[in-house]
Design a protein around this ligand. Structure first.
Ligand code: C5P
Length: 233
């Protein structure tokens, strides 16, 4: 795991938003363009979820889940074709953690403050020079409150369900669109209503609605904001 002492002066671009808002894709593009590190914080919650299923820990057992989260043995690697591979206890779980079921369990375990606290320092350990682009739900509000730029990315629920459907289909995962829409609405509700670190824009976040915009256009808007802030410093 890339954990370590974080450097509080290293700039962070925090990109938060709901399921299917495109934050993962945009964060990756922005990080590549700037030559900065990337943190996909959702992957960490998904890894806790997968580890809990593998070890038979019920999704209601906060203490056991928190212990599991603080003891996660994970590695992020980039393979020869430039794709990221994620390992849990030495096993390649890159595609396993992307299933809808893993997302659902991730959202359940993410509601426990013990789990969130255990993942906090791991996430902050990704803040390394020359900079970090972090995507998730609470990057700007909780994990990196002094982020250089905070973006809250969203899109209409309909568009998010369609994008997620296409993403899964491209990976060979067959899910019905209505079932996916219901799951997205449920997950949004649970993520927004939980008492710890609920999904909502940080007070100083810039809102970006990506409905009807291309990936390139949204990426460019974020890069323009970075350039504008860099000029002001
Ligand atoms: O972004 P992704 O869909 O991979 O995240 C899976 C789940 O993990 C989310 O539904 C959310 O409940 C949780 N999560 C979170 N805080 C984050 C990232 C993800 O609570 N920073």
């Amino acid at each position: 795991m890339t954990a370590g002492a974080q450097d509080p002066k290293t700039p962070v671009v925090a990109i938060d938003g709901p399921v299917g808002s495109g934050k993962g894709t945009i964060a990756r593009r922005v990080a590549t363009s700037l030559g900065w590190h990337l943190l996909d914080s959702g992957a960490l919650y998904r890894l806790v979820a997968l580890a809990s299923v593998k070890r038979g820990v019920a999704e209601t057992e906060e203490e056991d889940l928190a212990a599991l989260a603080s003891d996660l043995s994970v590695e992020f690697e980039t393979d020869q074709s430039g794709d990221e591979r994620i390992f849990l206890d030495g096993e390649d779980v890159t595609s396993d953690i992307r299933s809808e079921e893993c997302g659902r369990v991730a959202s359940a375990v993410a509601s426990f403050s013990g789990v969130r606290a255990a993942l906090l320092e791991i996430q902050r350990g990704f803040r390394k020079k020359p900079g970090l682009v972090a995507d998730g739900r609470d990057m700007g509000s909780t994990v990196f409150p002094n982020a250089f730029l905070k973006v809250y990315l969203t899109a209409s629920a309909e568009e998010r369900a369609k994008r997620r459907h296409k993403q899964l289909k491209d990976k060979g995962i067959d899910v019905s669109l209505p079932a996916l829409s219901r799951d997205i609405v449920d997950r949004d509700r649970r993520d927004s209503e939980r008492t710890v670190a609920p999904l909502r824009p940080a007070a100083d976040a810039r809102l970006l609605d990506s409905s009807g915009q291309s990936i390139d256009e949204v990426t460019q808007t974020v890069l323009d904001w970075v350039a504008e802030l860099e000029k002001g410093n």
